[in-house]
Design a protein around this ligand. Sequence first.
Ligand code: AMP
Length: 120
Amino acid sequence: MSYDPENVFAKILRGEIPCDKVYENEHVLAFRDIAPQAPIHVLVVPKGPYVSTDDFSAKANDAEQAALSRAIGEVARITGAAEDGYRVIANTGTNGRQEVPHLHFHILGGKLLGRMLPKD
Ligand code: AMP
């Protein structure tokens, strides 16, 4: 799948759409999900044009990969999610039900979360 520069997170990264920013570094932006599914729900996205974890893991350079990993931990601490634990999710592709085709990690916390997957 080729990268679509008109996806909503690309527009946020270009400043064309506002976001509730919680963290930024050279390679990463993190902002609150517009439809939170937990008291803490933040999306961590690379600034580079990567569709998914599949794309990113294959193509991103070491600095981008390290920055994203560090950012996930930073965001969890900044938001307070790290205090009692949290979940990191990267929905990928059709089976993963990824809706926005720009890689993003969901950080969910602030309450005891439900099962990782429904039983269906
Ligand atoms: P996914 O199904 O993993 O692709 O999740 C996409 C997420 O992006 C959903 O949780 C949406 O609520 C969130 N989202 C969509 N548009 C925006 C936006 N403009 N600002 C913040 N979050 C958004």
